[in-house]
Design a protein around this ligand. Structure first.
Ligand code: SF4
Ligand code: SF4
Length: 419
């Protein structure tokens, strides 16, 4: 089957970068490694040299490309509109094809993601909550403050704070919620793998917020992973299969917008699938009359990279929503927009760099003295909670939450005057 996604790294694409170095100031990996090869410009120069035939495609070159978090902050800041994502996934595709180096863990992760939502994973996930519960109890690894267990493998890069799986994995599938009053439109909620598997409550809260905002929302029965991790990793065929499957499912429904609570899914649905997509926070900002009331707490926010890069959501959207909460103080970390170091498999494959970024993120969040650390990406929430547990002495007093959870808990329905 011919690829619908272009995979050839053309001379034209490879030569886009004029090497001004503006992107180095925002690149998380360069900020840690401090070597040109770990900067966007360095990675692009390697791609250019390979395409020009000046340099052979070696494992060392591919390792430099794979050391990138694909946060796309370089693309966001680049004054010359270099299409970094396009260049890098094609470079990785070329590396995967020509070197064909099998990485067992990587293959397992990507295959697992491809299978998310099929009968096998749905059946397997039914046992996950009780297995995790048993592991936590047996090995005394429960972390009740974070509703998680600490999976201690003895191998640092595979040692993680794992949220307890949602009681009903994939439980939102097929749900339809009706607006409380005057329907403003119809949304299709693309839940994403982490909400399906771990953060079902977050998904329910997105539905609650959207119905309060006046929207009917449908959750498709049979969606799979959006495929963004596969595309970013250069695994284009797997991405295309997932996109084909998801489009067939999504096109069965009528909707005005797809709504997301994960900007990586949202970015892929917008840029590759070409659907109209909104983040749930954008809808809340538009429907500015909803009342949220805090308890006098300080809150801070981590801006997921893909929210302002891939999704192109204005960061002020989050600020406006957070500042609208009554009786809560919004404080922003100095590095609130810097990558938290997760980026999926990146944090395993580049453990040292990812851990340094995670530690810096924890420090920056601690410096705000906020009691609540919020974000709008299940992956960032997962990684920041893991980071807090590992690197903060004060983790018991800091709650890490998805923005949807925090807001839904503070929704004052009687003060929310539906128009
Ligand atoms: S990617 Fe853009 S910002 Fe970075 S060096 Fe190239 S032209 Fe400059
Ligand atoms: S995508 Fe992020 S990590 Fe990769 S080169 Fe660009 S700024 Fe650096």
């Amino acid at each position: 089957m011919a690829n619908k996604i272009k995979v050839e790294l053309s001379l034209e694409l490879a030569h886009q970068c004029v090497k001004c170095s503006a992107c180095r100031s925002v690149c998380p990996t360069y900020s840690v490694v401090k070597e040109e090869r770990s900067s966007p410009r360095g990675r692009l120069a390697l791609a250019e040299a390979v395409v020009d035939g000046i340099m052979p495609l070696t494992e060392e070159v591919v390792a430099q490309w794979n050391e990138c978090a694909m946060c796309r902050r370089c693309e966001w800041i680049c004054p010359n509109e270099v299409e970094y994502k396009e260049i890098m996934f094609r470079a990785r595709y070329m590396g995967n094809k020509e070197l064909d180096k099998k990485d067992f863990v990587k293959t397992t992760v990507f295959t697992g993601l491809s299978m998310m939502g099929n009968l096998i994973t749905k059946t397997a996930m039914k046992f996950a909550p009780s297995l995790m519960q048993a592991y936590g109890k047996l090995f005394k690894k429960e972390v009740p403050e974070y509703n998680a267990v600490f999976l201690d493998t003895g191998i640092p890069k595979y040692t993680k704070l794992i949220p307890k799986p949602t009681a009903k994995p994939f439980g939102l599938r097929g749900k339809i919620v009706k607006p409380k009053k005057d329907k403003k439109g119809r949304l299709l909620f693309f839940t994403g793998c982490m909400i399906d598997a771990f953060y079902g409550k977050t998904g329910e809260n997105v539905l609650k917020l959207m119905e309060t905002a006046g929207y009917e929302v449908v959750v498709p029965e049979n969606i799979r992973c959006c495929g963004a991790p596969h595309l970013y990793g250069g695994n284009v065929e797997a991405f295309e299969k997932l996109m084909k499957h998801n489009k067939e499912e999504i096109d069965k429904y009528e909707f005005d917008y797809i709504v997301v609570a994960c900007p990586t899914c949202g970015g892929a649905l917008k840029e590759e699938y070409k659907y109209p997509v909104k983040d749930f926070a954008e809808i809340l900002e538009e429907q500015g009359y909803i009342t949220f009331k805090g308890n006098g707490e300080k809150v801070t926010f981590h801006f997921p990279c893909h929210s302002y890069t891939a999704m192109n959501t204005n960061p002020n959207t989050y600020r406006n929503v957070l500042k609208s909460i009554k009786n809560a103080e919004y404080v922003e970390g100095e590095q609130a927009m810097m990558c938290c170091g997760f980026a999926g498999y990146f944090s395993v494959a580049n453990y040292e760099v990812a851990t340094e970024l995670q530690k810096r993120k924890v420090k920056d969040l601690e410096n705000t003295q906020a009691q609540y650390v919020l974000s709008d990406c299940p992956g960032c929430v997962f990684n920041i909670a893991d980071g807090m547990y590992k690197h903060s002495e004060n983790y018991k007093n800091i709650k890490v939450q998805h923005l949807a959870d925090y807001l839904a808990e503070r929704l004052v329905e009687e003060e929310t005057n539906l128009r």
